[in-house]
Design a binder for this molecule. Structure first.
Ligand code: NI
Length: 398
């Protein structure tokens, strides 16, 4: 039986529950922050989530290989809320009392906030359900391994977590946006991101006689500049393709043409249609660019993630949720980034929307994600919890 006063709205109930648990949610986030776990090793974090849901009506199922789902409610309609669990191989530079205790590992992408916010949403939805105000089922997706390719989203999808799910919602911290604001966008929010590794081979020799060799360093130089150039003419420029090399290696002496060379980089773009063509095109072009020099090329192309493409109706549900929590000025429009986010795989299957959760203290410094100095304004945790709970309840009511 619920002790909720008759006639109370889900919004009031959610706000009351989150206020009640606010300190615990912030402590929960700090604990995750102090004990970060890299992709596919999130056992402690998963255990903490299970502990936090103990004593509620959530039915928890661990997924073999990593991650867990939880479900509550009855009826045909089902919506999902997703958080990611993993941290990054980055040194925590904050010196906060709850700074990482694991050398070289830190929650530098805010996934600790996402997980704590979803736990908060779970506690609120539990009360909504107990009060008879939940008109369907909610499934929570606590996903491992967002930070590596291929990410944990595919692992969960293969485990069937999207079966019979109609919509999915998620949040991602945005340290360039003030706390108390959420960035929304219909359509594409992030970019497609793949990784590319090329190994060149050829007959080396003396730099005085390039004509008797296969001048691998010259071919490598052509590849560095020609591949991005040709892609800009072979893919729709509106796709915003961006090839950036992060690693180039060949040779050891000024007067020796080497026999081997490697280069690695990322291939990013804004558009899912262009992304479908990118791998084949890159593989073909690499071979064609180095062919005149007699150099061989072996391409390893790792397809990463598609763009996150937010559904219009689902984004409207998020906007309504934000307004109920923060008022009309709580949401702002946000821009598409070239960052990769494996939430895109869920939206490749079913409609949904991801919002950017402001974590900057107004007037405070702007941090960047994936940096060891990232600090979040902790009020974002409870705001995120309320917005996620509101979105789920509204998506079932709508
Ligand atoms: Ni992230």
């Amino acid at each position: 039986m619920s002790d909720t006063p008759a006639g109370e709205s889900p919004t009031t109930l959610i706000a009351t529950v989150i206020e009640k648990y606010a300190d615990q949610l912030i402590d929960f986030r700090r604990d995750l922050h102090a004990h970060p776990e890299l992709a596919w090793t999130e056992a402690r974090t998963t255990g903490k989530v299970i502990d936090a849901l103990a004593g509620t009506d959530w039915e928890v199922t661990e997924i073999a290989g990593g991650g867990l789902i939880a479900e509550i409610g009855t009826g045909e309609r089902r919506v999902a809320l997703r958080a990611d669990l993993d941290a990054l191989p980055v040194e925590d530079l904050t010196k906060d009392p709850w700074a990482s205790t694991i050398p070289g590992v830190a929650h530098a992408c805010g996934h600790d906030v996402h997980t704590a916010a979803l736990v908060g949403a779970a506690l609120a939805i539990n009360e909504v359900q107990a009060s008879g105000l939940l008109h369907g089922r909610v499934r929570l997706l606590f996903q491992p391994a967002e930070e590596i390719m291929p990410g944990g989203a595919l692992h969960l999808i293969q485990a069937g977590v999207l079966d019979d799910v109609h919509q999915v919602f998620g949040l991602h911290c945005d340290p360039s946006l003030d706390v108390g604001r959420l960035g929304l966008r219909e359509g594409p929010l992030t970019g497609a991101a793949d990784s590319l590794f090329v190994r060149l081979g050829g007959k080396g020799g003396h730099t005085s006689r390039p004509h008797l060799t296969e001048d691998l360093t010259f071919a490598l130089g052509k590849l560095i500049t020609e591949l991005p150039a040709i892609l800009s003419r072979r893919l729709d420029p509106r796709a915003g393709v961006s090839v950036v090399w992060g690693m180039v290696q060949a040779g050891a002496a000024a007067n020796v043409i080497p026999g081997r060379g490697t280069l690695a980089g990322t291939v990013r773009m804004l558009d899912a249609v262009a992304w479908a063509d990118a791998e084949h095109l890159v593989r073909t072009l690499v071979g064609q660019i180095v062919a005149p020099y007699g150099v061989s090329a072996e391409v390893t192309y790792q397809r990463g993630v598609p763009p996150v493409v937010n559904d219009v109706a689902a984004t409207a549900i998020l906007a309504g949720a934000v307004e109920r929590v923060l008022g009309y000025h709580g949401h702002v429009s946000t821009t598409q980034s070239l960052g990769g986010e494996d939430f895109g795989w869920y939206l490749d299957r079913i409609p949904g929307s991801m919002a950017r959760l402001g974590t900057r203290t107004p007037g405070g410094p702007t941090y960047d994600l994936h940096q060891g100095n990232l600090r979040v304004d902790e009020r974002a945790t409870c705001i995120g919890a309320r917005v996620l709970a509101e979105a789920a309840v509204a998506a079932l009511t709508g």
